[in-house]
Design a protein around this ligand. Sequence first.
Ligand code: ASP
Length: 308
Amino acid sequence: MHDPVLVVHGGAWAIPDDMVEAHLKGVRSAMAAGWRALERGGTALDAVEEAVVIMEDDETFDAGRGSFLNRDGKVQLDALIMDGSTLRTGGVGCVEHLRNPVRAARKILSESPHVYFVADGAEKFASEHGIPLCENGDLIIPREIERLREFQSRLTSESQEDARDLFAPTISHDTVGAVALDSKGNIAAATSTGGTLNKAPGRLGDSSLIGCGCYADNKSAAASTTGWGEPIMKLVLAKWAADRVLAGNLPEWAAAEAINYLESRLNGHGGMILLDARGHYGIAHNTPRMAWAVKTANREHVAIEHHT
Ligand code: ASP
């Protein structure tokens, strides 16, 4: 028997003071839901799924309802879930009619010989497996319509060079994720996102790509990342960090090194949670803030800052 561990995050960026409370509340609720799953004897997979569902349902975050809008004013969602004991994985990309993409990803993991479904095919698979579809409009909230309008009007009035500010650490990165260790000693990870503001339709980020925004292998580690997705995927950052754990390093060190590498190699910004099958975990980010929560048998901690 192993003592369970659960770590969740709700994005890494310069979370403004007036949004701190909502982020803390969101990651706390996600942690509680994931922990309940573990207490009921659920697996690490169950725990990360339940934790992520809570944050997809919470409009604070860039996942599920309340996500950033793409260039066409639509919500387009990506999610991945991975089981470290079997390496079974389920991912969805560019879905527009699912409230909880992580639920569809879990169904793919457990009921499909395939790993990854995108767009209409993903929605068809979900609906055939009992997951109801919704209107894209059900995922859109006024705050995001306004945010897109404001961003697009700035784009037309400023040079393309300035538009790169989109990827500055001050810009919202509210992707959500969780990593867990269950009492059988298995680890799992899940990540869910609405991607980046004003993204081109069909753009897929790192979050739902194996080894980039999410990864889990009992032999190394479970990871979930957030931040500007293009640099993260070029560096296959979640796997990069897991490989350092496999080589004998502690997750705390490997997560910090991964974020250092992201910045030094590609000037990327973001954050990572990393957990090994012995229950060691790491939390790192190079953004001013990152919303995270961790729970073990003897520790519960919810925070918005964690300097590495
Ligand atoms: N990594 C996500 C993406 O690029 C965005 C985020 O973490 O907020 O799609």
